[in-house]
Design a protein around this ligand. Structure first.
Ligand SMILES: C[S@@+](CC[C@H](N)C(=O)[O-])C[C@H]1O[C@@H](n2cnc3c(N)ncnc32)[C@H](O)[C@@H]1O
Length: 214
């Protein structure tokens, strides 16, 4: 069963996702199925998405939910862990990292406030596994003032991600762009309606050789 069918036929805990997210998940997360994968989802709410991820990723996955609402602790289950804290609190994030180790997948579906998204990303992106996936959802809030958004605001995660595109290409920019962690540890960045996906990875041999003959 694919994830969309799973969502449509869900009769367990409530899941809250936009419909067009399902092809995005399938595209970026299918390679983690039936492996020893650790996923951290920020934003537990009614617990349904953690159950869905467990069905999707399989019995070897460890699911860690983070939420500021203490009542979310009731959604713990076999291999589903919930830790209560604020996603913008780096000492809390550190305690999660120390307990569960290197995550393979991060899904930020928490407060959707720009400074919170930025703090979580700053902490967890460098700590993702080498081929890990970082997904930030509901980024329509990047355009809404009440979430610290704004089209021209350089601090929104959309605008930061646009600048990551330049970092990704820093090696070709003839010294104009200083390479950073994103440049050296990111394979790709994908933009979708309300969603940004970053794929960790590094390219040890950046060459464009020719093969074959005229
Ligand atoms: C959109 S809901 C999560 C939905 C869930 N992932 C799903 O797909 O069904 C957002 C959750 O983020 C939590 N949240 C809000 N602010 C937070 C913060 N600063 N840190 C951690 N969690 C937060 C809320 O309590 C709420 O449960």
């Amino acid at each position: 069963m694919n994830l969309w069918q799973d969502f449509k036929t869900n009769d367990k805990k409530l899941i809250h996702k936009w419909m067009h997210y399902f092809p995005i998940y399938e595209r970026h997360l299918s390679c983690f199925r039936n492996k020893t994968t650790t996923m951290v989802e920020i934003g537990v709410s009614k617990g349904g998405s953690l159950q869905m991820w467990q069905r999707f990723l399989g019995p070897m996955a460890t699911l860690v939910g983070i939420d500021i609402d203490a009542s979310c602790a009731e959604h713990e289950d076999d291999n589903i862990f919930v830790r209560i804290g604020d996603q913008s609190d780096k000492s809390f994030l550190q305690s999660v990292f120390q307990e569960f180790g290197t995550p393979d997948i991060i899904i930020d579906d928490g407060s959707h406030i720009m400074s919170h998204i930025g703090a979580t990303f700053e902490y967890f992106y460098p700590r993702l596994s080498k081929n890990g996936i970082y997904i930030v959802e509901d980024l329509h809030t990047a355009y809404w003032e009440e979430f610290e958004g704004g089209v021209e605001n350089p601090e929104t995660f959309i605008n930061k991600s646009k600048s990551f595109v330049d970092k990704l290409n820093a090696d070709h920019a003839r010294g104009v762009i200083e390479p950073d962690f994103i440049s050296k540890n990111t394979f790709g960045i994908s933009f979708y309606d309300s969603v940004v996906v970053l794929e960790r990875g590094s390219i040890p041999l950046k060459k464009a050789p020719m093969t074959g003959h005229n």
